[in-house]
Ligand binder design. Sequence first.
Ligand code: HEC
Ligand code: HEC
Ligand code: HEC
Ligand code: HEC
Length: 499
Amino acid sequence: MRPSTRTHARLRAAATGACALLLATALGGCAAAEEEAAAPSIPAGTHDPAVWGEVYPDQYRTYLATADERPADKSAYKRGFDGGVMYDKLSEYPFMPLLFNGWGFGVEYNEPRGHYYMMIDQAEIDPSRVKAGGACLTCKSPYTQDLYEQDRGALFSASYTEAVEMLPSEHRTLGAACIDCHDSGSMALATRRWTVDAALTEVGLDPEGLSTEQQSLMVCGQCHCTYSVMKEDGASIDVDFPWEGSQWGAITVENIIERLLDDPARAEWTQAVTGQKLGFIRHPDIEFYTAGSPHAATGVVCADCHMLDTKTTGGTFSSHDLKSPLKMDMAPCQRCHPGSASELRAQVIEVQEANLGLLINAGYKTATVAKLIELANESLDPMAADVRPAYEKGARLYRQALYRVIFMGAENSVGFHNPAEGRRILIDAASYADDAEATMRELLASKGISVSAEVPLELRTYLDGRGEHDLGFVREHHIDDPTGQAQKTWPANLAALLQ
Ligand code: HEC
Ligand code: HEC
Ligand code: HEC
Ligand code: HEC
């Protein structure tokens, strides 16, 4: 049941086999023999996956398949590169461009596609998204650790284009490679990123002493995590996970928000609508999944659902074409669950629809507060003695709602990775947004400023004419609230958008 154990049993079996063979000829410690047995295959420090592929052709072949477009109509709500289309997240969730207006994420923000594209997508995206420069390579290129060790100052002060030029010319589009997840000598799962070692230490783990399960989670979590591009006088100086103060298994949204609120070095952008300086939360997959999900609690790891056990003539290997289990017709689930593919898919969709109802409603509530803060900025002096206390109280509540909405909008499973935790976070988000809205409305009313019941969100203003590519709203990408609540609560705004 526990794939990490299973995989490692498999790896161990291979090593023990080699060890037994060697023992027949040499009398040595088994550990030493294992090292000798594994050593000749792949030279340490080999970045080129093709070299690894000569020894492990099945893994390599499937690894290359992350370039393939995904079948359409398998996933309901998490469409990545389905039918060769790249989905515009800002059209899916139109409250996001309003909230993210003021920096790159509000200009172009796409659903993820296969690993093959991670560097390519960075090169192709609107330039406003790579303003942080060399820091952007941190969880994309397998060479970043090398650049960091050579000269971290040079890496972080480089513009994005300069940083890409530091990479070997033949590997400027190479994303996650074998060396990012495996030790070349033993093939054991391993990471080599300074960010990971620092973060693990902060949550009380020894990076060298992880359990098999933790190691398996962290090879994915090294990139599928949230991080801040740390700033000093406006310049990027490091990449750091906001994990300080958390414990492994409980890296909660509350702790992450506290770090963002505490530490001015984590303020990366100014929200245009409200004028607030803020941090950001990116794809918190490892944090969300490990925060008490039923699957994590029983030792299920990411690879169990995203890497299909595949039979060949020589035995079984793990498909390295990492993708959604829905796009594999639920086969990974069926290794542990007896249900039919359609029953299992229905379980996922049910969780996702409940999550979407909460996310979309919390998102529009938060956007409504943003517009009220904008109105207060335009019509009042927020620093005036009779305004400031209420204004700041409203803004504080607003940030609590906003960060939760960003967190749940950025985790990649539409709630499935941890259904109860997702529900909890989004209910809190809505409740903070309600309190913030009441506070701002009261303040505005007390100053004689009238506000309509449904605040106009001007969604098209933020959605259309985005960036150098002049991106606009794509109706077919929009995700209607499956619970119908949003359509009832914001009829005028949604009618104006969807007409
Ligand atoms: C080096 C960083 C890195 C590592 C390590 C990594 N990922 Fe990813 N992953 C990404 C990025 C970046 C994307 C989005 C790529 C894009 O859209 O350009 C992504 C996308 C994905 C997708 C979407 C694929 C699709 O076809 O839509 C899945 C699923 C996924 N990763 C799962 C995993 C799992 C499971 C692991 C661990 C075994 C893992 N990733 C390890 C960075 C990483
Ligand atoms: C119990 C199964 C399960 C486990 C364990 C799991 N996931 Fe997922 N994951 C899913 C499902 C289901 C989806 C939703 C896919 C869909 O709707 O097509 C998903 C979606 C994703 C996506 C987006 C895929 C896409 O096509 O864009 C990424 C990325 C991802 N998971 C990464 C991870 C990481 C990283 C871990 C470990 C920290 C993990 N998952 C653990 C089941 C799982
Ligand atoms: C994103 C991380 C990641 C990358 C990149 C990656 N692997 Fe793996 N690999 C894994 C994980 C996780 C497992 C264990 C799968 C499981 O638990 O079933 C694994 C297992 C393996 C195994 C053990 C046998 C098996 O198939 O389960 C081999 C061999 C292997 N990988 C080779 C490679 C090669 C060669 C490359 C590069 C072409 C590569 N891997 C790239 C994460 C990765
Ligand atoms: C490696 C084994 C394994 C895999 C793979 C796996 N599960 Fe599970 N699943 C479990 C275990 C163990 C539990 C916990 C059972 C319990 O606590 O009663 C569980 C619980 C669940 C639950 C109830 C708890 C919750 O999270 O809501 C659902 C629904 C579920 N799994 C669906 C799926 C789906 C869908 C997939 C594939 C995307 C999947 N599982 C993949 C082992 C697995």
